[in-house]
Design a protein around this ligand. Structure first.
Ligand code: SF4
Ligand code: SF4
Ligand code: SF4
Length: 286
């Protein structure tokens, strides 16, 4: 087993799914071969190119088509602003989770669902040296979410195309097509996906946002860059919650005249785990 493969297994935790045909996924993920081909030579039993047999959720209608329009949405998170105002991160998490009916669990609960969360610097940026860190780095948390990777291993790992990249570069979930195999969770090196072990409607009997579909037990979920809000010309809920602080900037990375490109041009930024080649669309000013 070469070093890259061993490292990727370690980072993605894929080895824990070895009994589910994960080595085949790892090969595909590392080699970058096409989506939907994972099981062509004998993957998980019963899941060969399967159409979903169950429908999950409350009417998610996100489209599967990947059209090249040139848009690639991305985000800049300015950790300096969050360090200066520690309550801001919690506000952004609350805004997202209320908007998307994400049930709250005690921290560290194995059933926890996370679309966006706060973590320490070592977890957020394990490839960057943490030796002799300054006080801000030691004391403060970093806001993390799905990176909407340009080269997303989760998409390649999904046997049903329940997760896919849309025309705007957003990695989406179609809850109707998700069969709950969790290969995407093993493939994501950022822990950005959560599995519904319990029935969300039981945990959250009254939705915090009646306009957004709640999911069902047995499906995976994650941040969708607020694609539904973008369609209405609104900012993502977390970005709106950050207000005019400048702590979160959202926009089209492919537009050289966009605000986000201006911010990227004027600031030194880093991405999470760049060595894996996923090319995250979330950048950090540290
Ligand atoms: S962060 Fe994880 S879930 Fe999000 S696109 Fe990248 S690999 Fe997929
Ligand atoms: S659990 Fe993940 S890999 Fe499996 S069908 Fe659902 S989205 Fe696809
Ligand atoms: S972009 Fe939307 S879905 Fe993603 S973390 Fe922010 S509020 Fe949540």
């Amino acid at each position: 087993m070469d070093k890259n493969r061993r490292n990727f297994l370690k980072v993605a935790g894929i080895s824990t799914l070895a009994g589910l045909g994960a080595p085949a996924i790892v090969d595909r993920v590392i080699s970058g071969k096409g989506e939907g081909e994972v099981f062509a030579s004998g993957g998980a039993a019963g899941h060969h190119g399967a159409e979903p047999t169950e429908h999950h959720g409350e009417g998610n209608t996100e489209s599967h088509k990947e059209e090249k329009t040139g848009t690639r949405y991305g985000m800049v998170i300015d950790t300096r602003q969050f360090n200066a105002n520690p309550k801001l991160g919690v506000k952004c998490v609350d805004a997202c989770h209320k908007m998307h009916n994400v049930p709250e669990f005690p921290k560290g609960d194995k059933n926890e669902i996370k679309w966006i969360w706060l973590t320490n610097h070592e977890n957020a940026f394990p490839e960057h040296s943490q030796q002799f860190k300054d006080k801000d780095t030691a004391d403060n948390k970093v806001l993390v979410t799905c990176n909407h990777c340009e080269n997303p291993p989760c998409v390649r790992a999904c046997p049903t195309k329940a997760t896919f990249k849309n025309k705007d570069g957003i990695v989406m979930m179609d809850f109707h097509r998700c069969i709950g195999c969790r290969f995407c969770m093993a493939a994501c090196p950022y822990g950005a996906r959560s599995f519904n072990w319990l029935e969300p409607k039981t945990i959250l009997p009254t939705p915090t946002n009646p306009d957004y579909p709640r999911r069902m037990r047995g499906v995976v979920e994650k941040c969708n860059f607020c694609a539904d809000r973008l369609a209405l010309g609104e900012k993502p809920a977390c970005v709106a919650a950050a207000g005019h602080s400048g702590a979160m900037i959202f926009g089209d990375l492919n537009d050289p005249n966009s605000e986000i490109r201006k911010v990227l041009k004027e600031n030194f930024t880093i991405q999470r785990k760049p060595s894996l080649g996923t090319n995250p669309s979330v950048f950090y000013i540290v």
